[in-house]
Design a binder for this molecule. Structure first.
Ligand SMILES: *Cc1c(COP(=O)(O)O)cnc(C)c1O
Length: 362
């Protein structure tokens, strides 16, 4: 059993200079420390350690390098105007990571104990959590199979670690900058019986070439489709929401259901919970196809499409390229969009401006 009380902390003697907030590029900077916990089949989880961030020493034979025995999480710590650091629904990340690990035969762990270790890491690198309401500290828990043997089999050893990256404002101008999508009709991100629902490294490598294709067409992200009907599943590494006037003339916020093809995003869940409290909007978890999108667009019933994920909270879409269609979305110049209302509400919870039991002080 993993035990947070056995945690040891070795502080760095060479703290790095902290980059200015405006120079922060997502994933380009790390803090001074990392957490590591080793596991071996015969002895279980070893004592957790916080130490100076360093390169890992792993056998080139290790299973992670050959069979993608890797799972990760993405979460953030936010410093509120009261100076307190908070996490957002972190227990959900712990549960999701355990499920992802299980799907690869990697070991399970106590979410509570791991969360305690994470909090200690955040206290150790407290000064790295940006002060601004636009910036935050991105948290990347990772587990890899380190067993130094070839052969597609269960890894007898694993390493669980956490690195931290200060990240700047996703939307630098304060307004939500829209993105264009390339609806990919060739590559399939996830399928029934597959691991589309899990945050495992093996799902993401194969999306790089399709993303390059999207960029060639002037788009920032791929719109992932599935099946003959071209059901809409996700945007890049974000869940998708469509706000439209449905066939019955109702204003509806729709996202595909968790049918195994969809990554169960914590932002997705939270946006659904928030929108369900609002009057005048129907909120449904139901599939929709590109035919629905094209038709609604033609009939002026397509109001908004946006991505949802930890990195940006929401990411509005202003254009979709799909076969020979160019679908343009009205950007909400008239009044506040649903995407923006959701964004404001969730940010206020994350930074402790609205009190909520979703926000966990460190
Ligand atoms: C991480 C991820 C999301 C968003 O999940 P959050 O918990 O909201 O950050 C959505 N789709 C994919 C494919 C992802 O990897």
């Amino acid at each position: 059993m993993m035990k947070a009380k056995n945690l040891t902390i070795e502080r760095t003697e060479n703290p790095k200079p902290k980059p200015a907030e405006k120079d922060l590029i997502f994933g380009h900077n790390t803090t001074d420390h990392m957490l590591t916990i080793e596991w071996h089949k015969d002895i279980g989880w070893k004592e957790p350690r916080i130490g100076p961030i360093r390169d890992l020493q792993i056998s080139p034979v290790a299973k992670v390098f050959h069979y993608s025995l890797e799972t990760f999480e993405g979460m953030k710590a936010y410093k509120g105007t009261d100076g307190r650091i908070r996490l957002f629904r972190p227990q959900l990340n712990m549960e999701r990571m355990n499920k992802s690990a299980q799907s690869l035969g990697l070991p399970g762990f106590s979410g509570d104990q791991f969360l305690e270790c994470l909090k200690e890491l955040l206290k150790t690198d407290m000064d790295w959590v940006p002060e601004s309401k636009n910036a935050s500290l991105y948290i990347r828990p990772t587990m890899i199979g380190t067993d130094p043997t070839l052969g597609v089999k269960t890894s007898k050893s694993a390493l669980l670690y956490i690195i931290l990256c200060p990240v700047g404002a996703y939307f630098t101008t304060g307004v939500l900058n829209p993105i264009a999508l390339w609806a990919d009709t060739e590559f399939i991100r996830a399928w029934p019986g597959g691991l589309g629902w899990a945050k495992v490294g093996g799902n993401y490598g194969p999306t790089v070439a399709p993303l390059n294709r999207a960029e060639k067409h002037g788009c920032q992200q791929v719109l992932w489709l599935y099946g003959k009907e071209h059901s809409v599943t996700e945007i890049g590494t974000m869940n998708i929401f469509m706000y439209w006037i449905n066939e019955n003339g109702e204003k509806e916020l729709r996202t595909p259901p968790l049918n195994g093809l969809i990554l169960p995003g914590i932002t997705r869940l939270s946006l659904l919970d928030i929108a369900r409290q609002w009057d005048g909007i129907k909120v449904v978890e139901e599939d929709f196809t590109m035919k629905d999108v094209v038709q609604a667009s033609k009939e002026d019933r397509l109001l908004e499409i946006f991505g949802a994920g930890t990195a940006c909270v929401v990411s509005p879409v202003d254009k979709i390229l799909y076969k020979d269609h160019e679908i343009l979305l009205p950007t909400a110049s008239e009044g506040q969009s649903i995407a923006e209302r959701l964004y404001r509400q969730i940010i206020d919870i994350q930074y402790g401006i609205i009190d909520s039991d979703w926000s966990i002080p460190v």
